[in-house]
Design a binder for this molecule. Structure first.
Ligand code: XIL
Length: 463
């Protein structure tokens, strides 16, 4: 009944608007449009499934429409880029860089010096300081050099601080620290800067959102940043990963405090891997209030992000709950903006609400305007523009019967579905004269059939 009411309200609205529906769709901005107006970058990773062509078509459609910064989930890490000594594999990273360039998206490089996901062969040199220094230098020169001018920012060192109550360097299970000592960090920044003097260079870690009490990870990092700046080590940013849980209600304000401490040092703070998970056991039992709470927490992070002038990037570690490391590796679940069916959750709406509540005139950007001049060679990720341009096309028609959409007049047309706010929810190729809309939830949608220069737009109701 509720669904019926909602549908009939929407249908009525649509009927009243008549052909004006395209204007309604066109009027709904995307996250990336609002981010760009505010001089900021908001993004998510490309999951490994994207690199392996094993992800639903909705993923990329939403990704490039909504976001303007991207990170590879695993494909730019040491073990992926230098699997054998001095034999580099840039294929997957190149694929992402091409995608980013085609869609006007900034690239974050992740990660150069990290104790985890290091290629096995590096362990052959465990404890050999000079050799390890040479290995790390060669790795950084080659990887940063390969993507010079294309990767805007690197996580030069990742997770080098330990988890103890009194924070210090991670001294165990780190081939770099154990073999070289803390100077591996300083050297990594210097080599990365030499390989690409224009790239921003970050120190990235988790648990930095736990506040600046004495002995905390965050205060240890602030002390190191101070030392690096004094010694002319070319660090420009800190990344707070921020993998948190729904119960961690105080963390947004801790991130604010960290941003302020780093502002004193002339360093940017980026949120680099945000996810706000529920305990895994709660899967299937979550209701509207839980998702609203999650949305509220996302909103607080976005508020802090927009209000602190030295914050530049806001990156979420995944796009859809259908593909997230939380379930497999963290005992958590459903921490992202889109659900398993690619429907935006309340968290999406709260990000939008925060952006709308912080007008561009009030948000400061830590970047020069030219950062946003990235040439965009293809579709620049703006579905609403696509809808604005869409008109009727002769000889093209579509007919929905049940969940089968039959297309006539186009053999290889691209078929896309947008929700009533213009957000992409589905895309496929029409190769057999029809497309099955099985995974799409009930609701009112706009279908766009596109072949060459021909476009056909039509409203449909899926029941
Ligand atoms: C994770 C990936 O999401 C997983 O696919 C992989 O198996 C392990 O690494 N901190 C980081 C990221 O810096 O690189 C990690 O990504 C998540 C925690």
């Amino acid at each position: 009944m509720e669904m019926f009411n909602r549908l009939s309200r929407l249908a009525l609205g649509a009927a009243l608007l008549g052909t004006g529906i395209t204007d309604v769709l066109a009027a709904e901005p995307t996250i990336r449009e609002l981010a760009k107006e505010r001089g900021r970058f908001i993004g998510t990773i490309l999951n490994s499934e994207w690199f392996n062509d094993a992800i639903e078509p909705e993923f990329e459609q939403i990704h490039k429409t909504q976001f303007n910064v991207v990170v590879a989930e695993n494909e730019m890490k040491f073990d992926a880029t230098e699997p054998q000594e001095n034999e580099f594999n840039f294929a997957k990273g190149d694929k992402m860089v091409e995608y980013a360039q085609a869609n006007g998206i900034r690239v974050r490089g992740h990660a150069l010096a990290w104790h985890s996901q290091v290629a096995n062969w590096v362990n052959n040199y465990a404890g050999q300081k000079d050799k390890l220094l040479a290995v790390l230098k060669n790795h950084i020169e080659n990887v940063v050099g390969h993507w010079k001018g294309k990767v805007a920012e690197w996580d030069v060192v990742n997770e080098a601080v330990n988890d103890e109550y009194n924070a210090g360097w991670r001294s165990t299970n780190s081939v770099w620290y154990e073999g070289i000592g803390a100077e591996f960090l300083d050297s990594a920044f210097v080599w990365a800067h030499a390989a690409d003097p224009d790239a921003e260079l970050c120190y990235n870690d988790y648990s930095l959102e736990w506040g600046l009490r004495e002995g905390s990870k965050a205060s240890f990092v602030v002390e190191q940043v101070k030392r690096w700046k004094q010694n002319n080590i070319p660090i420009t940013c800190v990344g707070t990963q921020t993998h948190i849980e729904i119960a961690h209600e105080t963390t947004p304000q801790n991130v604010r405090a960290l941003a302020k401490a780093l502002a004193e040092l002339g360093v940017t703070l980026n949120i680099t891997e945000l996810d706000i998970g529920f305990p895994k056991g709660s899967a299937g039992q979550l209701g509207a209030a839980d998702y609203a709470k999650q949305g509220h927490l996302y909103r607080q992070f976005m508020d802090v992000f927009l209000e602190e002038p030295n914050m530049g990037e806001f990156v979420i570690w995944g796009l859809t709950d259908a593909h997230s490391w939380l379930d497999d590796q963290q005992g958590k679940t459903e921490g992202l903006l889109y659900d398993k069916q690619y429907k935006p959750k309340p968290a999406y709406d709260s990000i939008m609400a925060s952006l709308n509540a912080h007008p561009a005139s009030e948000v400061k950007s830590p970047y020069p305007e030219s950062v946003f001049d990235t040439p965009c060679s293809g579709n620049c990720g703006d579905s609403t523009i696509a809808i604005k341009l869409a008109t009727t096309a002769s000889n093209l028609s579509m007919h929905l019967s049940g969940r089968t959409l039959t297309i006539t007049g186009a053999v290889t047309a691209k078929v896309e579905l947008f929700d009533i706010q213009g957000r992409p929810v589905f895309s496929a190729k029409n190769e057999k004269g029809s497309v099955e809309l099985q995974g799409v939830s009930e609701g009112l949608y706009v279908v766009r059939v596109h072949e060459g220069s021909r476009n056909l737009l039509q409203r449909i109701a899926i029941k």
